[in-house]
Each structure stands twice: as C-alpha cells, then as structure tokens.
Ligand binder design. Structure first.
Ligand SMILES: Cc1cc2nc3c(=O)[nH]c(=O)nc-3n(C[C@H](O)[C@H](O)[C@H](O)COP(=O)(O)O)c2cc1C
Length: 279
C-alpha cells in the first residue's frame, strides 16, 4: 500500500484484540518517535511505556475511564521533559530556563506531537491501530504522582496502540477545499461555513446512534466495550439541554464551557506544581 492510501485509511482505533505487540516492533515505534523532527533538535520529550495489565487499568482510570486504554496492549505516555535538559545545562555551567517561557513550551509540545504522529503512521504500517488520549491533560498532577515523574516533566498525551478488532468507517472530515487557502487567507461567507459543517456532520436528525457514530464515536465504542450506557446518558443530556444542531452538540454537550474552564484551571495549577511558570 502506498503512503497516501495508508494515511487515508487510518482511523483512530478504540477496539483492540488481546494480542501482544512484539518487542522489536515496540522498539521500532520508539525509534520512529526518537527520529521525529524537533525544534533545534533538542528533543525535550520522554515516553513512558505502559504494558502491564494492572497499570493499563489504572492509566485508563487516570484518563477518565476510557476502556480502550485498558484494552490496548501498549500505551505510550508522551511527556514534555525539561528535567533532563535542565540537569545537562547546569552540569555544563549554563542555565536552561525554558520552563518559564511559553515559546519553549509550545515548541516542545509540537516536538512531542511530531514524535507521536510518527508512531501513529509506523504503527499503521505494521497493521496496528492507535488512538490519542488527550484527557490525561485533565489529570496531569495525578499522572505525575502515579508515574513518579520529577519536576519539569509534563505528561501531555497518551497514545494507546494495538491490533484492531474493528475500524470505524463513518468518521466525517471537512472537505479539503474548506481548509485550503491559496496564497492568502480566503474568508468564507456565513453560508459557506454553515454548509461546510453541514456537509461534514450531515443533518441533525432523530437517529441518535447513527449521529453519534459521526460526532461522538467514543460513546458508541465505550458502550460496546463496557456497557456503562454512555449513549443513554448522551441521549438524556441531549433532551435536557435541548440540543438542536451539530455545533450545540459539540459546544454545549460534549465540551461545555464550564467543564473546559475547570480543566483549564487544573492544567494551570498542574503546570505550576511541575515547575512550569510561564502562565
Ligand atoms: C489532541 C487529541 C486528543 C484526543 N483525545 C482523545 C481522547 O481523549 N479519547 C479518544 O477516544 N480519542 C481522542 N482523540 C482522537 C480523536 O477523537 C479522533 O482523532 C477524531 O475523532 C477523528 O477521528 P480519526 O482519528 O479516526 O480521524 C484525540 C485526538 C487528538 C489529536
């Protein structure tokens, strides 16, 4: 398969077979992460491997009870790591104070995601599937304690990896033209914007399960794997909040501002506790 087809075929996988990933494949995935682009080639990242059954279960809890994290044979916890750089700099009679600068953080997070995406693509090439789990960002303090992470290190992203049991097929995307601007920014009209999202999500109709496959695949997958009635709860919330369209679903129900504000608050104090002081 050529690389274009491989990238176009990739989907986030949340349903994994109970099948180990061979050690040499894990090592190659780590090589792919380690060989990713990095600003200044400073490589301010560390990756914690989670493979033991009990640890997988506990990590799944830390990231908000996402069952695929427990079921995946391997999760990689990607951390921004300024601890190693600071130590090296100080032993070399120079200061590294990137933990106080938003610019350093931003580049390090870009580095981290470049490394993680390299793993995603190589994993796909080996017939593995993966899913990013960003909700670790809501529990950075707990994750730092759990993994015994020192100061100046932030666990920022989990990538759960394994052999797919099933692959979602109805994940909508914007049309290519919507995200493309030639030579200068092309401001879309209100109608163009409305149509772009209607094309993506389709009409907001009564078939909730079908709609959730496109807009909240996690709820469908979680029900399949854990029967915690995510879908029932979403349906109830949709009724209660009188959700009438796609945008309301996303920004009133899935990512309500008060919840996002709370996460933001936690994030800021977790950064401070880890010695990052740029906010
Ligand atoms: C930064 C980031 C955070 C994500 N966090 C989660 C998560 O916490 N749980 C999850 O199941 N999927 C998570 N995902 C996966 C997205 O839900 C998924 O990429 C999106 O639905 C599009 O589907 P696709 O990857 O199949 O194209 C995350 C993806 C990214 C890039």
């Amino acid at each position: 398969m050529n690389l274009y087809d491989l990238i176009m075929r990739r989907r986030s996988i949340r349903n994994f077979k109970d099948q180990e990933i061979l050690e040499h494949i894990v090592e190659e995935l780590l090589d792919a992460a380690n060989n990713a682009p990095s600003g200044g080639n400073i490589q301010p990242i560390s990756i914690i491997l989670v493979q033991e059954a009990e640890r997988r279960k506990e990590l799944a809890e830390i990231v908000g009870d996402q069952p695929w994290v427990k079921n995946a044979p391997l999760s990689m916890v990607f951390c921004i790591d300024f601890y190693r750089i600071k130590k090296w700099a100080s032993m070399s009679n120079v200061d590294f104070t990137g933990e106080n600068l938003f610019s350093n953080f931003l580049i390090a997070y870009a580095d981290l995601m470049c490394a993680a995406q390299n793993v995603v693509i190589l994993a796909e090439n080996y017939g593995l599937g993966s899913v990013f789990v960003g909700t670790i960002q809501a529990n950075i303090g707990i994750a730092r304690q759990y993994f015994m992470i020192p100061e100046y290190v932030l666990p920022m992203m989990v990538l759960s990896i394994g052999y797919p049991k099933s692959v979602p097929r109805n994940i909508p995307k914007l049309k290519r033209d919507v995200i493309t601007h030639k030579e200068k920014y092309n401001v879309l009209s209100n109608d163009e914007i409305k149509n772009a999202f209607e094309d993506k999500y389709g009409n907001f109709d009564d078939n909730v399960e079908k709609y959730l496959e496109k807009a909240f695949i996690e709820a469908i997958e979680a029900d399949k794997q854990q029967s915690q009635s995510w879908v029932e709860r979403v349906k109830e919330k949709m009724k209660k909040l009188e959700i009438r369209n796609n945008a309301q679903f996303l920004f009133k129900l899935r990512y309500p501002p008060e919840v996002m504000a709370k996460i933001n608050e936690n994030l800021i104090s977790a950064f401070k506790n880890a010695g990052f002081d740029f906010i």
